[in-house]
Design a protein around this ligand. Structure first.
Ligand SMILES: *Cc1c(COP(=O)(O)O)cnc(C)c1O
Length: 474
């Protein structure tokens, strides 16, 4: 064996092997451990020298399936509260398989008019979902980090233009450092974007009024006044420790007064716009010059998937330029080359799962999910308040609750060590996953709720497992 042409007839059978395993796997997600200490070990059996003669399609796929379904972190199940990680809705998951089946390269319209057109539709639907003007320009990206790169690249092009430089053609040489201002809520992803863009991750100047990182608007205003020229303001919609928000409308006012570019990192927090109950948290986001968000988090489509919007549509093309080469087609309004609007060239047709999940569940479905997750965060906060050995470290945010295990009579240092240990034990136990953080000097847990499968019983289990493991450590 060794020639895929010999196995051409087995292609559908190999897919069927995976499809047959899918039902039992998905059904198991409700009960199984997030990570099973017994089987979730490193899959060393997949290692070995590069095969000279291949095993063939069914053997290779079968072996990977057998090992991976055990060794995987079952993060698309309902009890993975670590980081901010969504699952896959049934429609998104199936459409993602279809994306692989069709193997579209999307980026140059002649390569896949289908992918281009569906990306247009998906972007238009996302704008409607979040209440962003239809005139905004947009592009799908692999992640919020790349969406931050996209938005901040547009900002950088605008800023350099104000200094008389076309940064896409000529680069940053000779320019001063780009002033970037934010609150203490700024996510490392924005810093990484600035690092990639040659602005430096430490170019962000933080204006916070407390050790939680809340924005100091007066100091921000003074900072903008001191810059005295074009600057970039980053507002954070959804802070990862507590789910809190910068006041975006106030940031937009400042940006307007001082002629600054406003970029909003709304990786998960942008979804507050989906419910009238929480939309006030992102009031003003429609005025931002650029907005970055994730689809693989709260939209619950498979990895990798994010998106970026800009208020003035032409900004993306300016920042990412045309790839000029004799063999490449020139785009226009309809025949869009999305690879000229973002950092990628060849791209997966990630619009298909986004289209499918929005078509399947609509605005109502997403509103219900965001509200359910908000309710679950409030439930979690109530259970924390009721438990004598748990303590909230911050008010519940949109979908994140920051708290710690706090038995009586222990000093702060001891409590920090205890909670760090608790975080490690929790992952080793595997029934629920949640990550630790340090918030205002205190170590605690910061479960984030973004998975469509999660329900009340999962939240109750999280609380009882934390208390059970915590009590064993004292
Ligand atoms: C998750 C997250 C990011 C980065 O998203 P990726 O998809 O992992 O690149 C950026 N900002 C915030 C606020 C986030 O929560």
């Amino acid at each position: 064996m060794g020639d895929p042409r010999d196995d051409a007839d087995l292609a559908a059978e190999a897919l069927k092997v995976v499809a047959d395993a899918a039902g039992p796997y998905l059904a198991s997600l409700g009960d199984r451990l997030v990570q099973d200490p017994a089987t979730g070990t490193l899959p060393d059996e997949l290692d070995g020298p590069l095969p000279e003669r291949g095993d063939g399609t069914l053997a290779a796929v079968g072996e990977l399936l057998r090992v991976a379904t055990d060794a995987a972190t079952h993060s698309s199940g309902p009890r993975f509260f670590h980081f901010v990680v969504g699952g896959s809705t049934p429609a998104a998951q199936a459409a993602d398989w279809l994306t692989s089946l069709l193997d579209q390269v999307s980026g140059l319209w002649p390569a896949s008019p289908l992918a281009t057109r569906v990306e247009d539709i998906a972007l238009a639907w996302l704008k409607e979902l979040f209440g962003l003007p239809a005139s905004h320009g947009g592009v799908l990206t692999p992640s919020a980090t790349l969406a931050n790169v996209t938005g901040l690249a547009a900002a950088r092009h605008w800023w350099a233009g104000r200094h008389g430089v076309d940064v896409s053609a000529d680069g940053l040489a000779g320019l001063p450092r780009m002033p970037v201002l934010s609150s203490g809520y700024v996510h490392p992803s924005s810093r990484k974007a600035l690092q990639i863009l040659g602005c430096g991750r430490d170019s962000v100047r933080v204006f916070a009024r407390d050790d939680a990182g809340r924005a100091d608007l007066a100091a921000l205003e003074a900072g903008l006044a001191a810059v005295g020229g074009p600057a970039v303001l980053i507002a954070n919609a959804g802070e990862v420790n507590t789910g809190d928000f910068d006041p975006i409308a106030e940031f937009a006012d400042l940006a307007e007064s001082y002629g600054a570019w406003l970029h909003v990192d709304g990786a998960f927090g942008l979804f507050a716009a989906v419910s009238p109950r929480t939309a006030h948290l992102v009031r003003g986001v429609e005025r931002a010059d650029s907005v970055a968000a994730d689809a693989h988090k709260w939209l619950n489509v498979p990895y990798e998937s994010g998106f970026a919007f800009v208020r003035e549509a032409r900004r993306l093309a300016e920042a990412f330029g045309t790839l000029e080469a004799a063999y490449l087609p020139v785009g226009d309004e309809v025949r869009v080359n999305f690879n000229a609007l973002g950092p990628e060239s060849s791209r997966r047709a990630r619009a298909l799962p986004i289209w499918a999940t929005l078509r399947a569940y609509g605005r109502d479905g997403y509103r219900a999910m965001v509200e359910r997750h908000h309710d679950l965060a409030l439930l979690l906060a109530r259970l924390v308040d009721q438990a004598p050995d748990l303590e909230a470290l911050a008010p519940p945010g949109l979908n994140v609750v920051c708290f710690r295990y706090r038995p009586d009579g222990l000093g702060e240092d001891r409590l920090n060590r205890l909670n760090a240990e608790l975080g490690e034990r929790l992952l080793a136990d595997g029934r629920v996953y949640a990550g630790t953080t340090t918030y205002r000097g205190r170590t605690g847990l910061r479960p984030a709720i973004v998975n469509w499968r999660t329900g009340e019983a999962d939240i109750e289990l999280l609380v009882s497992v934390v208390r059970e493991i915590g009590s064993g450590l004292v």
